[in-house]
Write a protein that binds this ligand. Structure first.
Ligand SMILES: O=C(O)CCC(=O)C(=O)O
Length: 272
């Protein structure tokens, strides 16, 4: 990493790295994620969709969302568990870059996320367009923790790429609402200082978890696909002193289980 990249990160609280990944690496994950949705679209709507036909696939996504919301949410969770996505998140290029930014001992803060933002796929606005917030409020990892945000498709202003407030990371925590899905900033922010970013598939945005950011507005009829990786630095003093807190809980949710499933014959069928 160049000294200027590090300096820019320190000054602005974010940096965009062009072509960090190859377009092919990103496309492979994007194809796989749509393929996973395509299975369930076919089951829920009865229509087999071609993932490479954008209109057909997106129509299938919107119908699936309407027809079987629970399965849609489950499928959204499954794509966050793609081995290929996790493999990318543990890539040495990432670890090295983070070390270059000063995270001496990078450690995964939370499992990778994948988002598919569209007003047609959201029951409330926050689920497709997040207001200004700081990720640190909900994560409370190391003080130098970072977010790596990257689109799976070319993401311009019209598709609602992220907007950041340069230098806001140095202000520490702004006052915000209690953490729910996120904690929204309650202070007035300088509207004209937000920077609208534009990234292509393969580019990444790295920002401090203190950097104020928000979603742009997706004014297209298309879905905005992105992923995020989050990292802490295990050697940051206050993280050590606070006993390595990890507030993300990961446990079975009884309401999401199928009571009485499976029957013994179904298990026997698997192991016959
Ligand atoms: O992608 C977005 O629009 C919001 C993402 C975000 O705010 C985050 O990852 O913290």
């Amino acid at each position: 990493m160049s000294t200027s990249a590090r300096e820019q990160y320190i000054k602005d609280g974010y940096i965009v790295v062009r072509n960090f990944f190859t377009k092919e690496e990103i496309k492979a994950i994007f194809d796989e994620a749509r393929g996973v949705f395509a299975y369930q679209i076919e089951r829920a709507t009865g229509t087999k969709v071609d993932i490479n036909n954008q209109d057909e696939f997106e129509k299938g996504m919107y119908e699936f969302f309407e027809k079987d919301f629970e399965a849609f949410v489950n499928t959204g969770k499954q794509v966050q568990h793609l081995v290929s996505l996790h493999r990318l998140g543990t890539d040495e290029r990432i670890t090295k870059y983070l070390q270059g930014l000063g995270l001496e001992y990078p450690i995964i803060a939370v499992r990778p996320a994948m988002m598919f933002n569209s007003p047609n796929l959201a029951k409330k606005k926050d689920y497709w367009k997040l207001g200004a917030h700081q990720d640190w409020r909900g994560g409370q990892g190391s003080l130098d923790s970072i977010v790596m945000w990257f689109p799976l498709v070319d993401c311009d202003t019209d598709l609602g790429a992220l907007q950041v407030l340069p230098g806001s990371h140095k202000r520490g925590l702004f006052s915000g609402t209690d953490v729910d899905y996120i904690s929204s900033i309650e202070e007035d922010l300088p509207e004209d200082e937000f920077v609208q970013l534009e990234l292509e598939a393969g580019d990444i945005l790295i920002f401090s978890t203190f950097t104020v950011h928000r979603s742009g507005t997706n004014v297209t009829p298309h879905i905005r696909w992105t992923s995020q990786f989050r990292f802490n630095n295990l050697t940051e003093d206050t993280f050590v002193d606070r006993g390595f807190p990890l507030p993300y809980i990961y446990k079975p949710t009884p309401e999401l289980l199928f009571p009485g499933f499976p029957k013994q014959e179904q298990v026997e069928e698997v192991f016959k």
